[in-house]
Design a protein around this ligand. Structure first.
Ligand code: CMC
Length: 431
């Protein structure tokens, strides 16, 4: 017998089917509730709402578990590469050796940008927000690849879209850095390099001097990208799905996702964390002052890099970064006083009843910026790095949404709390 729950509304019983996920998560299937009872459910922020079924990522925030296609994030961070994890997310399984080689080669081959598209970068003002330019450039890809900017692409088109986006994203991100922050000419992608090394080359090589690649830097960045690759139905991924549900093309959907990611409560938090640590440092390391400010109900200041909608335990991604950060800095010969501040801040916060009661732990953004900074990536590029990492997750979810016959256009309802009907008053009669 399928499990149901009886809901009594105005003396009438409604049988609500219960559905279960593969990890035994239970949900009330209310798809027919409004039609049968006229009642809506009310869940601002969607904290209790499953908007879709998904086989991409499993997350248990109470314990601190994160798995992509069943594989724990800890194993991926240690053993996989960013492109292999991207393949896993998008296609559902780890690639064979030959599949992975082909995937990598095809991506490397497509990393160049169209000449006219490249000229667009020059039209942005210096010191433009890198995320604002990224939104525009990804959305502009639709104009340069009209054959792929389709509302209903074939399976082959989706494969091509994934390749085009993954291959061009590092070039776009690096050229944004060169245009808005460095005012330096672009260097061409190098097809002989792996994905992360090519990105570092695009960022830091100049016409005159080739960037000396350092294995520690490559590995650290590879790990950070893997850790950001997907995180189930977060704000940006839900946006990608929402935009795509209207049959908007993948470029438009991802561009929408980047907009959502740019907010300081989401992907913009890594930048905010760095700015907060710098402010504490400039303030003589006065950690207690910032912790008090974060606890003050009259202040809207939050301890950036702390708290998560789903994790009520240590974010497993933050655990991995925290373990790596000290080692990476030592290997790079970098001494950053902000790391000491971050450690001390975490200690104070985790011993404070405000943070304990609310189950606020460091999240992925708390330590990531210290590594980006050690690599030489400027603070306002941190959210762009998050976007580059999250790209395969967005593609995987968009693809899954398109393949699911149950997908409908995303269209939440509302509880109207405005004025009741009233008459229009002509302008000359208004007081
Ligand atoms: N500092 C101080 N207080 C906090 C914080 C924080 N970072 N986060 C939550 N709280 C408090 C909040 O004020 C509220 O207190 P009260 O119950 O007294 O009103 C309580 O904890 C619950 O917070 P909430 O805002 O209802 O929680 P949420 O699930 O809606 O928000 C969050 C989650 C991540 C937006 C929030 O924790 C936050 O703003 N954190 C700082 C920004 C940040 O680091 N964002 C990155 C998230 S991880 C990367 C990603 O995937 O986006």
């Amino acid at each position: 017998m399928p499990e149901t729950v009886t809901l009594k509304l105005k003396e009438k019983n409604f049988e609500i089917p219960v559905i279960s996920g593969t990890e035994n998560e239970k949900a009330l299937d209310i798809r027919k509730l409004r039609q049968e009872s006229s009642y809506l459910t009310y869940d601002p922020g969607y904290g209790n709402t499953g908007a879709c079924t998904s086989a991409v990522t499993y997350l248990d925030g109470e314990i601190g578990i994160l798995r992509h296609r069943g594989i724990p994030i800890e194993q991926l961070a240690e053993k996989s590469s960013f492109l292999e994890t991207s393949y896993l997310l998008i296609y559902g399984d780890l690639p064979t050796k030959s599949q992975l080689e082909k995937f990598k080669k095809t991506i490397a081959k497509q990393a160049d940008l169209n000449k006219d598209f490249k000229n667009l970068f020059a039209s942005y003002p210096k010191f433009a927000s890198p995320m604002a330019v990224l939104v525009a450039m990804v959305s502009s890809l639709a104009a340069y690849y009209p054959d792929l900017a389709k509302s209903n692409p074939s399976k082959e088109d989706v494969d091509e879209l994934a390749i085009q986006l993954l291959s061009k994203m590092p070039t776009i991100c690096a050229y944004i850095y060169k245009t808005t922050l460095k005012n330096e000419s672009f260097v061409e992608p190098r097809k002989d390099l792996d994905y992360v090394s090519n990105f570092l080359h695009l960022m830091f090589s100049s016409k005159k001097k080739e960037y000396p690649l350092n294995q520690e830097v490559v590995e650290a960045l590879e790990t950070l990208l893997i850790l950001h690759a997907d995180h189930e139905q977060n704000c940006s991924t839900s946006t990608v799905r929402m935009v795509g549900s209207s049959w908007a093309d993948l470029f438009a959907s991802i561009s929408g996702g980047i907009c959502a990611l740019s907010g300081p409560l989401h992907g913009g938090a890594n930048q905010e964390v760095m700015e907060m640590l710098e402010a504490i440092h400039a303030d003589g390391g006065n950690i207690k002052k910032y912790v008090s400010k974060a606890k003050d109900p009259k202040s809207d200041f939050r301890l950036m890099g702390f708290g998560h909608r789903v994790y009520k335990n240590y974010d497993p991604r933050a655990k991995i970064i925290k373990r790596r950060v000290d080692d990476v800095l030592k290997k790079l010969g970098v001494q950053d006083p902000l790391l000491e501040i971050a450690w001390a801040l975490e200690k104070v916060a985790l011993e404070d009843s405000y943070f304990i009661e609310r189950k606020l732990y460091p999240n992925v953004d708390f330590y990531s910026g210290i590594i980006y900074k050690a690599i030489g990536i400027p603070t306002n590029m941190f959210p762009v790095m998050f976007a580059m990492g999250r790209l395969p997750g967005w593609i995987a979810h968009w693809k899954e949404m398109k393949e699911n016959p149950e997908t409908k256009i995303g269209r939440p309802r509302q509880i109207y709390v405005g004025k009741n009907q009233r008459d229009y008053i002509p302008l000359d009669q208004r007081t």
